[in-house]
Write a protein that binds this ligand. Structure first.
Ligand SMILES: NC(=O)c1ccc[n+]([C@@H]2O[C@H](COP(=O)([O-])OP(=O)(O)OC[C@H]3O[C@@H](n4cnc5c(N)ncnc54)[C@H](OP(=O)(O)O)[C@@H]3O)[C@@H](O)[C@H]2O)c1
Length: 255
């Protein structure tokens, strides 16, 4: 008997988890993407794209496609879909487990200024002109138009369109992972004196944090949003090992 699992993705870990579970003959995996990235990396498993229409829409999808386990492997800042997932699982009576990558902790030498939102990050830059590296999603960078006195270096996976209405912004297109040595070179080349970052956790985007530490550069760190309290695992491997427990005795035997 195959068990149907829906993985809410959009992260590298979700893709890795989907690949790992898809290799099991007793599981039928569908990966769901929001459809934000223009050219997403090939996922290698059956994939659906686009929103469900809120928690109710997702609950209906779970019932219609007879999903037996919902996995929330979305980005830690994608708070809406995680809330929807918990509510939909509850409504449809489907078990849910989340992949929750731990956040970064400040280390010796870090100069972090902690803020709760993107708009408080804008304010935290202060009134005096600075050279700012924005390594945020393209949806968040628009908020920095409120502080046009700064010089911005903006890196994103997809082009920022429209461009920011600020006098000085340089745009870089790149997809991680990013190595610390390259990040250090980038911060130096652009004379960056402050980095604005989410606390994404994981290795792929940690390079800029380590680079900022090495160069004594301040990091304005946007705290993580509150996420629903559901069963969770910290790594792909740990989550894959838990799947059987949610699917009952047949799946626990594995294939
Ligand atoms: N936020 C970030 O910093 C960040 C960074 C890297 C990757 N991502 C990925 O990008 C996606 C969107 O992020 P976001 O911050 O816009 O999320 P969000 O604010 O939590 O979600 C907004 C809406 O997008 C749809 N959605 C989000 N993820 C989906 C998924 N995996 N499959 C189907 N629909 C999804 C849902 O629409 P409906 O209500 O219509 O179902 C949701 O209500 C997420 O999948 C996330 O993992 C986000």
């Amino acid at each position: 008997m195959t068990h149907r699992i829906l993985i809410l993705g959009g992260t590298t870990e979700a893709r890795r988890l989907a690949g790992k579970l898809a290799a099991r003959a007793d599981l039928a995996i569908t990966l769901s993407l929001a459809g934000r990235t223009e050219n997403p990396v090939a996922q290698g498993v059956p994939t659906r794209v686009g929103g469900f229409g809120g928690a109710r829409g997702l609950a209906a999808f779970l019932r219609e496609t007879r999903i037996e386990l919902l996995v929330d492997a979305t980005h830690p800042y994608a708070a809406q879909i995680s809330a929807n997932a918990a509510a939909a699982a509850d409504e449809a009576g489907v078990p849910i487990v989340a992949l929750r990558r731990p956040g970064w902790e400040p280390a010796e030498g870090d100069r972090w200024t902690l803020v709760d939102t993107v708009s408080s990050a804008v304010t935290a830059l202060g009134p005096v002109s600075r050279r700012v590296f924005l390594a945020l999603g393209r949806q968040e960078v628009a908020a920095f138009e409120a502080a046009p006195q700064h010089h911005y270096l903006i890196r994103s996976v997809d082009p920022v369109e429209p461009r920011l209405a600020v006098p000085d912004a340089t745009y870089l297109l790149a997809r991680g992972p990013f190595r610390e040595a390259d990040e250090r070179a980038l911060l130096r080349e652009h004379h960056i004196d402050v980095v604005v970052s989410k606390n994404s956790g994981g290795e792929a985007t940690y390079g800029k944090i380590a680079a900022a530490r090495a160069l004594g550069v301040e990091v304005v760190m946007i705290r993580r949003p509150t996420l629903p309290d559901v069963a969770s695992a910290e790594t792909v491997e740990a989550l894959a090992a838990m799947v059987g427990h949610f699917l009952g005795p047949a799946a626990e035997r594995g294939v």
